[in-house]
Design a protein around this ligand. Sequence first.
Ligand code: URA
Length: 243
Amino acid sequence: MRLDKFMVSTGKLSRSEAGRAARSGRITVNGVPEKKADRAIDPKVDQIALDGEVLTYRRYTYVLLNKPDGYVSATEDTDDPTVITLLPDELQRIGLFPCGRLDKHTLGLMLLTNDGPLSHRLLSPRRHVSKQYFYTSKFPLTADEIATLQGGVTLEDGYVTLPAVIEQGEGEAQGTITLTEGKYHQIKRMFEAVHNKILTLERITFAHLTLDGLPERGMWRYLTDTEIERLRAHGQSGDSHIT
Ligand code: URA
């Protein structure tokens, strides 16, 4: 691959910046300054450094974000800030997008990646990847309403939801709901179907990923190699992951 393309993939420099950095001697290949940004390198063999910092090649990048209120799950928006703007500059240039949407006022766990094929598989309704949310609602759910929502409820457009799991303390207007699908405004619409209203929503898991290590809204971190491997395994399986 070309040296400048490698630099772009790391998120450190744009292609034109890579050209300038090379010409001014900031880039080394195997310890030797390289002036030609269009030269071929092998990312598996060659050691590339920028200003002395050795860079690792990643075909795809996976980032976990604790989404704050008021940000939209999109790469661009004319009215509101997007979740992408919460990331450092170099991560804003490598084509990351949200793997699944959260509403503007929903908080919590969001996976961002530029791995289109994996994202597509994880969001496929056939994979049944589970997502757990903490909710607060206007009224506590009754035992009958919990049974209805868990078994599959008919939404206002006629869609019947897949089985879900709800855990709510008796008489409490809050709890957790676990889904294996992600229709538009799904949880809000499910609660409306039983004449209730969602007040707040926070996603706390996506597949096996949790908010551990991201205690504050707006914090982000890279997925570990083990987490990426497990996500790929989820993406290959067709089984339900609600347990
Ligand atoms: N269900 C909703 O209604 N909103 C979300 O953001 C996620 C699930």
